[in-house]
Design a protein around this ligand. Sequence first.
Ligand SMILES: *[C@@H]1O[C@H](CO)[C@@H](O)[C@H](O)[C@H]1NC(C)=O
Ligand SMILES: *[C@@H]1O[C@H](CO)[C@@H](O)[C@H](O)[C@H]1NC(C)=O
Ligand SMILES: *[C@@H]1O[C@H](CO)[C@@H](O)[C@H](O)[C@H]1NC(C)=O
Length: 542
Amino acid sequence: MRTGVYTWFVLLCGIVQSSRSQTTHGNILVSLGPGQQLKGLNTTAASGQRVYSFLGIPYALPPTGDRRLKPPEPEPDWTGVKETVTKSAICPQNNEGAEDCLYLNVFTPDVSGSLPVFVWFHGGSYTIGSAFKDGDGATMAPQGVVTVTINYRLGPLGFMSTGDAAMPGNYGMLDQVLSLKWVQKYIRSFGGDPSQVTIGGGSAGSHSVSLMITSLLAKGLFHRGIMESGSALALTALERPGTKVKLRDATLRSASRMGCTQSVSSEVLQCVQKVGIHHFMNASKDFTPYPRVETTFGFLPDEPLTLLKNGNYNKVDTLHGTNSGEWNQEINDDHDNGVTEQEFRTTIGSLLGIFINGDLITRIFSEAYTSNVTDPFVLRTKLVQAVSDIKYGGATIVETNKYLTTPNTHTKHFLYEFDYRISGTTTPAWRGVAHGGERRFVFYPDVRYSFAKPDDKALGQEVQTLWANFIKHGDPTPSGLTVKLESGTSVVRWSQFTMDNPQLLKIDTPSKMDTHRRLFLIPLFERILEIMKSTEKSPIVG
Ligand SMILES: *[C@@H]1O[C@H](CO)[C@@H](O)[C@H](O)[C@H]1NC(C)=O
Ligand SMILES: *[C@@H]1O[C@H](CO)[C@@H](O)[C@H](O)[C@H]1NC(C)=O
Ligand SMILES: *[C@@H]1O[C@H](CO)[C@@H](O)[C@H](O)[C@H]1NC(C)=O
């Protein structure tokens, strides 16, 4: 319930600004409920438009003490005025951050509007990153969108698990779910419409969006999903039977370094909850976090592929894609003479070495991409595609295929491949666009990035407009609404992907529709997900 909006015309020279593109003119108060107010910042965006920013809003009690490694608990009602004008701490990672980190930020162009809402989950392999890492949420406001960026628990604090009911894991994912509940309850106070919520994310944030789609705990909390390079079906999106290192083993190893060597899981939990945060993080330095299948919280009662095949997921429209050269840093060609078939296999093999059946999966992928190819430059092109597909492309197309083959759903799905290399890119063209290369365009114009050439700026406007249209209309280029750039050029119509007409948008200058050329990935990647269900090493025959 909103009870009023007031402004304080106070001079605020000492306030920390959220980005250099903004000037602080004063404060703004919004009411979350009777006697509950937030004091935020009334600022001007680079475009000259007004943006109201609320930074560091608590959405859960601090997950400390006996709340460590437990589901987040909502903030109880409070009274008074909370100052939300400075960024909160980031969640613990790499010797920085604080455990009291469950805060979110809201950026709105109009606190009395009823605008579509965009909730962003940051990337960083569930290990690093924060609400501010991928982009400045304020930059979407001029599009008429209320943006929410969140912190969620990372690393061991977000994902430790003994594999049983004492420590089921998934705390970081439950944080995301709770943040979406907060949005449902409070976003009206910021001019947002809780019935028009799009969740989006990149990398692990994109895995997260896909996991929200497959988790019935998030049912009804959002209406659309944007996934940039990630999927619940990606091989590293969650702990799978075929992953060599098990969460339980890694958890018990870290716990024993903390002196918690009890044999009963609940006693291990009580013990590690008492360990000081620095010691806790230091003892878990080699912990690799993953969400996991579990029924205690019921975040993910089954493998995502099974949930998708059975229609047990949240049926929403999606915008989903990958960059042309995901993870291309894994590819070596210092002499610029292309790659041999052996180099192809070695590169893929090292990427897949963390899986029990890495050898078998390497063979399957290598054969699919290299048969009958001998030219080292063609092999190099195929390797760029194969690495991209292993990381995200295969999972993306299987996920979309499952949405489209669920009976009686009428959702729309828009696919893209991001091909635009920002000016100043120093890597050779054959590498394509690296992981994360699209995000600066979504959050255009984030002052941390340089958009030196007119093409960079035009692409920023284009990508942000396409994304905003999807957030507002469920369609990046709604019919009757030509997307025109400042330069006067219009953007091609982005048709939805269907199995009959498998089209994707290749984002570049200019962007164009193209047929998806690697549909063979649908059966191939499903076969690999089958192999990943096994904890046994399969013999390589033939
Ligand atoms: C924000 O500040 C501007 C400039 O001082 C002012 O015109 C505007 O009314 C303020 N917004 C609100 C909601 O008070
Ligand atoms: C971190 O842990 C290692 C053992 O894993 C230990 O040798 C070292 O002293 C610890 N450092 C701190 C600052 O606790
Ligand atoms: C490779 O070449 C052989 C012989 O020309 C052909 O039968 C086979 O279909 C080709 N395989 C692929 C994947 O193109």
